[in-house]
Design a protein around this ligand. Sequence first.
Ligand code: FIX
Ligand code: ZN
Length: 416
Amino acid sequence: MIKSHVELRDAIDRAVAKTKITDVHTHLYNPKFGDMLLWGVDELVTYHYLIAEVFRHVDISYDDFWAMDKEGQSDLIWQKLFIENSPYSESCRGVLTVLNKLGLDVKKDGLREYREYFKSKTVEEYVDLVFEMSGVKDVIMTNDPFDEEERAVWLGGYERDDRFKAALRIDPLLNGGEEILKQLQGWGYDVIDQLDKKMYSEIRRFLTEWVERMDALYMAVSLPPTFEFPEDSMRARLIENCVLPVCRELNIPFAMMIGVKKLINPDLQLAGDSVGKSSIDTVEYLCANYPKNKFMVTMLVRENQHELSVAARKFRNLLVFGCWWFLNNPSLVEEMTRMRFELLGTSVVPQHSDARVLDQLIYKWEHSKRIIADVLYDKYKDILDTGWDLTQEDIQRDVDKLFGKSFWEFLDRDFK
Ligand code: FIX
Ligand code: ZN
C-alpha cells in the first residue's frame, strides 16, 4: 500500500520508466523499406518542423533551400536555430534530448562529430538501440498503398518485423477525387464507368485486400477542418459505402485525423500544412449512426480538444488518441492530458509520437512521459488524500493501459 506522496511519486516514476509503449501513429518504417526509414542527425535537424522554423531567420529563396543537399540544409538550420538563437523551441529541444540520451556531448560545434557517430552505426543496430532507449515496444507505421515506392515493398515479398505494425492510410482515396479511380482501374479494380454498387464493391475489395496484405490494425485518413459527414461528396460516399463496411467486417477502427489545412504555404512542402477548427458534430454523427464501427480520432486544433473528450464520454466506440503535431508541445500536452485524465480516466491514448525520424522516438517519448507522470501524480494524490488505497500494482495496471493496453483492448472490442 502506498502511504506517502514520496512513495507515490516513486511508484509512478518506476511504472512510467519501465512500461513498454505501443506508439499508435508514426511515419517510421521497418528497415526493410530501405531509405524510407529516416534516421541520424541530419534527418533529425532537417525534420520539417525545423525547416518551418529556420525560414523565420533566413532570406534565401525556398528554391535555393530545397536545392541544397541534406547536409547543407542541416548546416544552415544548425547555424540559425542552434548557434545564432537558443534552441528552446520543442523541435530544437528534441534534437538536443536525443543527442544527450545517446551520450553525445551536446555542444554548439558538435554537428560534424555527431555525423561520425551515426556513420559508425548500422540501421539494424540503431533500431534496436532507439527502441530500447525510448521504451517503445512497437510502432504503428503509416502505410500508403498509393505510394509507388512503398507499394513495391509490400508486393515484393515484404519481410515483417513485429516491432513495426501497419495501418492502412487512405488519404489519396478519400481526398484525391475522381483521379484516384484511374489508378485503381489500372491495378485491376473495375471502378471506372461502373454503376455505384459495382464501383463500391470493387473499392471494398481493394481496401480488404490491403488490410489483409498489411495485417493493418486500423484504416486512417487525415481530413480538413471542413470535413463533414453526411455530405454530398465522393469522400462521404466512399466512407459510407466502402470504408465503414470494410472496417466493420474486419472489426478494425477507422482513424480520422481531423483539422489539417494542407499546404497553406506550398513552398514549405511537408512543412507547409496548417490547422483549422473542425466540427465535432461530424464525429458525433459517425459514432452515433455507426455504433458497430470503431473510431479512433485525433484533432489538430486546441479548440477541438474539450469537445472531443466529451464526445468520447458519450460514445464507447470512440477512442481519442495523441497530442497531434502542433499540439505536441509541453504546454498543450499538459493541458490536454490533465483534461483527458479528468474526463476519461484510463480510456484514452494520451500520446503518439508521429515520429518521422527514428531517433525522435527518444525525445518525443522522454518529453511526454515526464508530463504524463506529473499529471498522474496530481490525480493519484487527489484520491490518495481521500483515504483511497493505492498500490504499485494499481499504478502499473493504469500505466499499462495508457501506454498501449487501452488501444489493444479497443482493437479487440466488437460492438454488436
Ligand atoms: O497526416 C499525418 O499523419 C501528419 O501527422 C503528417 O502529415 C505531418 O506531416 C506530421 O508528421 C506531423 O507530425
Ligand atoms: Zn502523422
